[in-house]
Design a protein around this ligand. Structure first.
Ligand SMILES: C[S@@+](CC[C@H](N)C(=O)[O-])C[C@H]1O[C@@H](n2cnc3c(N)ncnc32)[C@H](O)[C@@H]1O
Length: 209
């Protein structure tokens, strides 16, 4: 980790993913949360103000010290209690089958072993529990997907390990979750940015048996 990923990327992330248009997408996805919640990749807390009233408590994980320092004020002002319980989504310090819902926004792109992190989310969710997601990933448009593949090595260096072309729906289903609702959108911005912003928004449930 260098100055770029430690200091610059968290601030850059806040700018790019802190627009009113992205906030509306966050509100849409967070509306599915209730009860005891785990959020992975909490960042500087852009979701903190948006937790709906049915949420009892949030356990959050975030490895970036800069981001968590920036999150402190948002955590203090949040409408529900939020506790930072760890760093790494690949190893959740939570009991199995203890969470009602889970959330990840713009984080499955960056976690190094994303299959393992999704496996951990499945482990800590109660049977019938819901995973809410707002992620960017592989476009179904071949020409865009080709650009995503080409640009991926640069994006990884520019954005601290972020991948452009992860197949988010396949990864979620591969972990054993069933996608209940899903729609796609694009990050608002010029057409040339399309490889950066093919969005997956939805909910997936952990099967009961
Ligand atoms: C693009 S940022 C998104 C931040 C925030 N979730 C949002 O919606 O704006 C990706 C986040 O994933 C975090 N991250 C990277 N590796 C992680 C890991 N192994 N476990 C949990 N979070 C991780 C990064 O530190 C960063 O805060």
């Amino acid at each position: 980790m260098g100055i770029w990923s430690d200091q610059v990327v968290p601030r850059m992330t806040d700018l790019v993913l802190g627009t009113p248009a992205v906030r509306r997408l966050r509100e849409e996805v967070l509306a599915g949360l209730h009860g005891d919640v785990v959020e992975v990749g909490f960042g500087s807390g852009p979701n903190a103000a948006l937790y709906p009233p049915g949420v009892r408590r949030v356990r959050a994980l975030e490895p970036s010290a800069v981001a968590t320092r920036r999150a402190a004020k948002r955590i203090a002002a949040a409408p529900v209690p939020i506790e930072l319980v760890g760093l790494d989504a690949q190893r959740l310090p939570l009991e199995s089958a203890s969470m009602d819902t889970a959330i990840s926004t713009f984080t499955l792109c960056t976690i190094p072993d994303v299959e393992r992190a999704l496996g951990e989310l499945v482990r800590v969710l109660k049977p019938g529990g819901t995973f809410c997601f707002l992620e960017h990933g592989r476009s179904p448009v071949d020409a865009v997907a080709r650009w995503q593949r080409r640009l991926d090595p640069f994006q990884q260096r520019l954005a601290a390990g972020c991948h452009l072309d992860r197949p988010i729906d396949r990864l979620i289903e591969g972990a054993g979750l069933r996608i209940a609702t899903m729609r796609h959108d694009e990050l608002p911005g010029p057409r040339v940015l399309r490889p950066l912003g093919y969005l997956y928004l939805g909910t997936a449930t952990k099967p009961v048996a």
